[in-house]
Design a protein around this ligand. Structure first.
Ligand code: M3L
Length: 291
């Protein structure tokens, strides 16, 4: 298996773009709950989005994540797979007979998580900024939202905040994703190993369930830094200015208590199962065709 032959097609197949579309309304509610204090909970947030912005309100900011997921997942799964290859010197097929150690799986997952964060950061920033625009769809005479669409949002951030502005929140994103993608792959491989007879490939049902739980385990542990990441990405726009990740943590806890770190936990977990079940299923099939 070679690095380059693998990287791009794998992204498209393992993109889970369908899951991403289905999961996007949940993601929008989560981002709002994490960064805006006006909503009383999940139901209140959903009702208000629907009333003021119609069903389309839930799909704000979706185009960039869908367009970039192939590249982001190529980096994640490509780096993970190749890091494991380097660490264990066994191919994907041989690995069923000689499973790698959990330490190696964790390290390979962390490496993938660390590197994908830089590809994800600008797309994620634009997604969050658009998801947070509460204006209803433009009607004649109504106030226009600050950003007219993803390209306009990217161009405005570039102009107003400089090229580095596009990486706002990238450090919090890296801290969020490095360990939690290690956890992601450990959970996935561990569950597959547990429920698959020696030397065989896991069944589709096993892959779906293991992938779903991997998503949940990873998102549960990622949620505290997910809150901080979203707040750093919105920094400056609503007046509040954080001096860094630590300052954002301290001031969020001071104002809202430690419970602030759990904002979006339920919704993150509910979204994680289907999205990641689909992602791992396509990843496994692809490895069997290519690997
Ligand atoms: C590491 N962290 C938990 C943030 C993400 C793990 C899963 C990533 C997947 N693309 C999804 O959107 O669910």
């Amino acid at each position: 298996m070679c690095v380059f032959g693998w990287l791009f097609p794998s992204g498209y197949a393992s993109s889970g773009a369908v899951g991403l579309v289905l999961g996007h309304p949940f993601d929008t509610v989560k981002v709002r709950l994490q960064t805006q204090t006006t909503y009383r909970g999940i139901a209140d947030c959903m009702v208000r989005i629907y009333r003021h912005e119609s069903l389309l309100g839930f799909f704000k900011g979706m185009s960039f994540p869908v367009a970039s997921i192939a590249v982001v997942n190529s980096v994640l799964f490509g780096v993970y797979s190749n890091a494991l290859l380097l660490l264990t010197a066994t191919s994907h097929q041989e690995r069923r007979a000689q499973p790698p150690s959990y330490m190696h799986i964790f390290l390979a997952g962390c490496t993938g998580g660390f590197l994908q964060a830089y590809f994800l950061a600008p797309f994620d920033l634009i997604k969050v900024r658009l998801q947070n625009q509460t204006e209803p769809r433009a009607q004649p005479g109504s106030p226009r939202p600050r950003y007219q669409g993803p390209m306009h949002c990217a161009a405005s951030i570039f102009q107003e905040e400089g090229p580095r502005g596009l990486f706002r929140g990238a450090w919090a994103l890296t801290l969020r994703d490095t360990p939690t993608l290690g956890i992601y792959f450990i959970t996935y491989e561990g569950l597959c190993h547990q429920y698959t007879p020696e030397g065989q490939n896991p069944s589709s049902a096993t892959v779906l369930v293991a992938g779903g739980f991997a998503g949940i385990a990873s998102w549960v542990t990622a949620t505290p830094l997910d809150v901080i990441k979203s707040r750093m990405q919105m920094d400056g726009l609503r007046g509040k200015v954080y001096r860094g990740v630590l300052d954002c943590m301290v001031s969020s806890v001071r104002q809202e208590g430690v419970g602030v770190f759990l904002r979006g936990l339920t919704i993150n977990s509910a979204r994680a199962f289907p999205v990641n079940a689909v992602t791992f299923l396509s990843y496994e099939y692809l490895l069997r065709w290519w690997g």
